[in-house]
Design a protein around this ligand. Structure first.
Ligand code: 9PG
Length: 444
């Protein structure tokens, strides 16, 4: 662990007189899937119950205290007393992202941080203050004008890990048959042999090059899911190159996950060849998933800290795929990614395959989509995650409403043949009307 990464001393930043009744705290989570919301000042924000959840849904290596709030790089306070909203933010998220805590003592909210932060005042209310913060921080963090996102069909929320090459081809045909306005046909998780072994196919695919060609011959762009900074313990990569690994990244796919050391020349050369190959066979849309694993606090080959290492990995991917390819981040540290991605998942998944009916109805994605709406059109295009519009998804109407209002990147993820009239109509309408890559007007 480098010295920067092990800093765990929280220094005083501010003390704010708040109304215990009306005061509000906005806590920004680390990565796409991290809880992000505005809470009453007397609350305690959500905490992980298990270690893997801490690693995969919060910020690894930064346990929060049992009471109050811990934001990663951005916290805002509306005191509820008529005094201006205050925004505390990492001074330069390209270098270091401080954890920022807030704890209520009587009617004083005590704000502390473990790294450099700036404090901004007003305008009144959390949303206007975040919009202004977005306007100011976007150029400072190197965000260019966001590029409009293509519309996407994605295999995940119907086929999950069992997707086959034939499934993609069938849906490609149905997208054509129904003249759906889909720009990109994106193969999600399931095409690769193992997490980390991106140059070998799973048994359900025979040729990515042929598949990309078919997609392109049908007049669409070819997209692909990769978790380039995450390595499964079962992979050939983990077995052959233990020296390329850096840190524990959680548990999924029935195995332990590890981070890739993005400063290691061997790992870098490997990533270059993976993305070079995918681009060469015709993919130009990449869903870069589970990329929090590139920013773990760990000992690395060289002394770049975790944020610098992460950013160098994203820059490498961009170099390998070229300037025209569209890059969507997912499971991605939010603030450290500004300027390096075209679109960003700002929320957890529409649903997980194991979710109960009640969990599906709760719409796990909604809170983050709303709380990060200010990032759209400033940092990138916000991805609220895929529309699922088939009749068997009971929350489909509510979810479509969320996407219609907050979804910047418009993607759909049903087996097209499963759609009823409402599903087809809604899919067509949402794909035909993506908002411009400029900030949402969210009044009201
Ligand atoms: C593919 C999926 C889809 C999906 C992504 C991501 O915490 N978790 O265990 C966890 C597992 C999967 C997951 C998110 C979190 O989903 O968001 O759209 O691409 O990977 O595996």
């Amino acid at each position: 662990m480098s010295p920067q990464d092990s800093a765990v001393t929280f220094e005083p930043v501010d003390e704010v007189e708040v109304s215990r009744e009306h005061g509000r705290v906005y806590e920004h989570g680390w990565q796409s899937w991290s809880p992000t919301s505005t809470y009453a000042v007397s609350c305690t924000s959500p905490r992980p119950e298990q270690r893997w959840q801490h690693l995969m849904r919060f910020r690894p290596e930064t346990p929060a205290p049992s009471y109050g709030f811990q934001a990663e790089g951005l916290l805002a306070v509306d005191p509820g007393t008529g005094t201006p909203t205050r925004v505390y933010a990492a001074r330069d998220a390209r270098q270091e992202v401080a954890s920022i805590r807030a704890e209520l003592h009587g009617s004083r909210l005590v704000v502390t941080a473990d790294g450099p932060v700036t404090v901004g005042f007003g305008p009144d209310g959390i949303d206007p203050a975040l919009a202004r913060f977005g306007d100011e921080s976007a150029p400072q963090l190197g965000a260019g004008a966001p590029r409009a996102a293509p519309t996407v069909w994605c295999s995940w929320y119907h086929y999950f890990l069992d997707v086959t090459e034939d499934d993609i081809v069938d849906n490609l045909a149905d997208i054509g048959r129904y003249r759906l306005p889909v720009d990109v046909v994106q193969v999600d998780d399931g095409w690769q042999a193992e997490i980390g072994d991106w140059l070998t196919l799973s048994g359900r695919f025979s040729s990515l090059a042929d598949l990309a060609t078919r997609i392109r011959d049908a007049g669409r762009r070819a997209g692909v899911w990769v978790a380039p900074f995450t390595v499964g313990a079962r992979s050939v990569l983990a077995r052959d190159h233990p020296d390329w690994l850096a840190g524990e990244a959680g548990w999924n796919w029935g195995q332990d996950l590890l981070g890739l050391d993005l400063t290691h020349p061997g790992a870098r050369a490997y990533l270059r060849s993976v993305f070079g190959r995918l681009a060469e066979v015709g993919f130009d849309y990449f869903k870069l998933d589970f990329i929090y694993s590139g920013a773990l606090a760990a000992t690395r080959y060289d002394d770049r800290n975790r944020v610098e290492a992460y950013r160098s990995g994203l820059a490498l991917v961009r170099e390998a795929v070229g300037p025209d390819a569209y890059l969507l981040g997912c499971g991605a540290p939010i603030l450290p990614s500004v300027g390096l991605l075209d679109a960003m998942r700002v929320s957890p998944d529409t649903y997980h395959p194991g979710d109960t009916e009640a969990e599906r109805r709760r719409l796990r994605g909604r809170a983050g989509v709303v709380a990060r709406a200010w990032q759209h059109g400033r940092y990138w295009v916000n991805d609220a995650d895929c529309l699922v519009a088939r009749p068997s998804f009971s929350a489909r109407r509510e979810w479509a409403d969320v996407i219609e209002r907050y979804g910047g990147l418009r993607s759909a993820s049903d087996r097209i043949a499963d759609l009823d009239d409402w599903g087809l109509r809604t899919t067509r309408r949402l794909l035909a009307t993506p908002p411009p890559p400029t900030p949402f007007r969210l009044a009201g």
